[in-house]
Design a protein around this ligand. Structure first.
Ligand code: PLP
Length: 437
């Protein structure tokens, strides 16, 4: 049994997280329920931040809030002294309502609207990560109208794409994001920014992929960006204050995954960046990174109640839970894999193999195929691990299923941070054609 973070089994033989009995949580808050291990989030945040401090490198670790955004989550990130990456007006609004310091907010997105940019300018955020010429022009005209100056990074596609264990070098990067580093687009963006009184160009950004288990791809991307910075230093006397290497650090969803610790990612990458900057005779810029999944992914566990069973003789047994693709769409979307245990007996021998089905009207609504599991009965609580990133964030109301509640647990205490949606909430925006009951 692999326990994540502070999870363990108590004297009753129940799964605990943050010293709180998960069966008690399921009873008190209902299921499906997302449970976040706050100590593990803090540990990860410190793992990244303190490594930069130890290496004497000025840095910003910006939590990619697309992984899981809520007021409480953002307040926790603020407690840990991290920065914040947002990609929409909604994520920005959440940050504002959480009271997150404006200067540590970075605004991403490949199609920011005038309303979103205006909200960000009014709040005085620290940096726009500019993705394309349309955005640069829009930002410039809004800044001129408001007579303010915006700090920006230019997002580039360095021609490297990394996924899990692989990275591939792609000649002409085929991506909807960013300016191509090699075909002249990035240089045109640089010229545009440097000749613009309303924009302050701080440096470059790239994000090469997700669930990456090696540092090679990050280092290759950094190398390409540093090469370009050296050319631009020579040609335009441009000195980059910031080099943002994005997020994508991998986590362990199943035993096939072999992530490395945050400190190792940072040490490896920084060592190489320092060396390359030195070789080019450039000053070391501030390093920014944007972890999402690696801060919250394995800190999240979803509790479900087991309901119906269907046996297909000689083929498989389906065990259905009270959630599914409405609270975790990743298996259907990406074929994502998870591990799970029966939370009321996590240590029991796993003598059966079952497939965990959701309750949505969709054959593809399967959470886990062929899971080794102890004998399960209706009413047992299933704990699916590692659901903290892109789980609640991608939750939806398919079949008009209400979204689950979210609790934070730490040192024996549980606090509700997102309430369970009610049927009334589901109808909140409906406008009837006729008078209703
Ligand atoms: C620009 C950018 N930064 C950071 C992230 C966070 O990635 P991860 O959650 O894999 O760390 C993403 C994810 O899509 C991204 O697009």
């Amino acid at each position: 049994m692999h326990y994540y973070g502070t999870s363990s089994a108590n004297e009753k033989g129940h799964l605990t997280i943050g010293e709180v009995d998960t069966i008690e949580l399921a009873r008190q808050y209902g299921t499906p329920l997302y449970v976040y291990d706050v100590a593990l989030i803090r540990e990860r945040a410190r793992g990244f931040k303190q490594t930069f401090e130890r290496l004497g490198v000025t840095a910003q670790v910006a939590y990619a809030s697309k992984a899981f955004s809520s007021i409480a989550m953002i307040q926790l990130i603020e407690e840990e002294g991290l920065s914040l990456d947002v990609v929409s007006g909604g994520e920005l609004y959440t940050a504002i309502k959480a009271g997150f310091p404006a200067k540590r907010i970075h605004f991403h997105g490949n199609n920011k609207s005038a309303e979103e940019i205006t909200m960000a300018l009014d709040y005085g955020i620290g940096c726009f990560v500019v993705d394309n010429f349309h955005e640069m022009n829009l930002l410039q005209s809004l800044c001129e109208r408001k007579q303010v100056k915006a700090s920006i990074l230019i997002r580039v596609t360095p021609g490297i794409e990394a996924h899990t264990h692989d990275y591939i070098l792609t000649g002409q990067e085929d991506s909807k994001f960013g300016f191509d580093l090699h075909n002249g687009q990035a240089q045109e963006a640089l010229n545009h920014a440097l000749n613009n009184q309303s924009l302050h160009l701080m440096g470059l950004h790239c994000h090469i992929g997700s669930q990456i288990f090696e540092t090679t791809g990050f280092i290759k991307a950094a190398e390409k960006m540093i090469q370009k910075l050296a050319e631009w230093h020579e040609e335009y006397q441009f000195t980059s204050e910031v080099l943002n290497l994005g997020g994508g650090f991998g986590i362990r969803y199943t035993k096939e995954d072999t992530p490395i610790a945050p400190s190792n990612y940072v040490e490896d990458i920084i060592g190489e960046v320092k060396r390359m900057m030195g070789e080019k005779g450039l000053n070391m810029p501030e390093i920014w990174i944007e972890p999402g999944r690696s801060l919250v992914g394995d800190a999240g566990t979803t509790l479900y109640t087991i309901g119906s069973t269907k046996e297909v003789p000689d083929i498989r047994t389906y065990l259905a839970v009270d959630g599914g693709m409405s609270d975790n769409i990743r298996p259907a979307l990406y074929d994502a894999r998870y591990e799970a245990v029966i939370a009321n007996k996590p240590e029991a021998k796993r003598e059966n193999t079952v497939s965990i089905a959701g309750k949505c009207c969709e054959s593809g609504d399967m959470l886990i195929w062929d899971l080794p599991i102890a004998q399960a009965s209706p009413g047992d609580i299933l704990a699916v691990f590692c659901t903290g990133a892109y789980g609640y964030a991608m939750a939806n109301n398919y079949n008009r299923i209400a979204r689950p509640a979210v609790v934070f647990v730490e040192n024996g205490n549980a606090s509700l941070v997102i309430k369970r949606e009610t049927n009334e909430d589901l109808l909140r925006l409906d406008v009837p054609l006729h008078k209703t009951v």
